[in-house]
Design a protein around this ligand. Structure first.
Ligand code: SF4
Length: 210
């Protein structure tokens, strides 16, 4: 397993490839970002953005959703996986935010993850984007590259999340998530990673044994 110093060196190199990257999800208001994140489960940012160019013309804030029926929301979302569930979450979300939080998005992980359609990973995404919160959230891809490179030696994304939460500095958590997403997407996919020209191949455990 890599030391903190080695992780820092690798992170700097990856960050230099994708500096200052922000989310690719389309949104204008904080509420729209929350909706886009809920919609993005098991869907690509591209699919979600396509829907939201039109959907967000109608829905800017929680009160706007009150005017739409569940059927109408489903019509917008129907090209997404699990669109019926996602539509229900969205319909319920506005009411809770409107009634309990004065239409504000809570800046609190524990509260956010209790809202419909939001789990720990998506709550961290929301806090990271809206409030610059120092979180890293581990999905199967981040778990895979973390083990490949040698940041961790773990069996599940949950274990990886725990180790990275402890090993990384606040600044690394604040800066790194999206750089890591782009890194696995464009450099280190599950099949055929581009090891030959990878910027960190001299530091990667996987590359050292192939
Ligand atoms: S050397 Fe290969 S396996 Fe290692 S991080 Fe780069 S692309 Fe991924």
């Amino acid at each position: 397993m890599k030391s903190k110093k080695e992780i820092s060196e690798i992170f700097d190199k990856i960050y230099n490839l994708y500096p200052n990257f922000k989310t690719e999800l389309y949104y204008k208001t904080d509420f729209q970002l929350v909706l886009a994140v809920v919609m993005s489960a098991q869907a690509t940012d591209k699919q979600v953005n396509k829907i939201n160019k039109e959907f967000f013309e109608k829905v800017e804030n929680p009160d706007d959703l009150a005017k739409l029926s569940l059927d109408e929301i489903e019509k917008y979302l129907k090209s997404l996986n699990y669109y019926k569930n996602k539509s229900k979450y969205i319909k319920n979300l506005w009411e809770i935010l409107y009634k309990k939080y004065n239409s504000e998005i809570p800046n609190n992980l524990e509260i956010l993850k209790t809202l419909p359609g939001i789990w720990i990973k998506t709550a961290k995404v929301i806090l990271w984007v809206l409030y610059d919160a120092p979180y890293i959230w581990v999905d199967t891809h981040i778990h895979r590259i973390s083990n490949r490179i040698g940041f961790v030696k773990t069996k599940t994304p949950e274990q990886t999340d725990k180790v990275l939460e402890k090993k990384l500095t606040l600044s690394q958590k604040r800066k790194m998530h999206h750089a890591l997403v782009l890194f696995w997407r464009y450099n280190c996919p599950a099949i055929k990673p581009k090891c030959e020209w990878c910027a960190i191949n001299n530091l990667c455990d996987y590359y050292s044994v192939i």
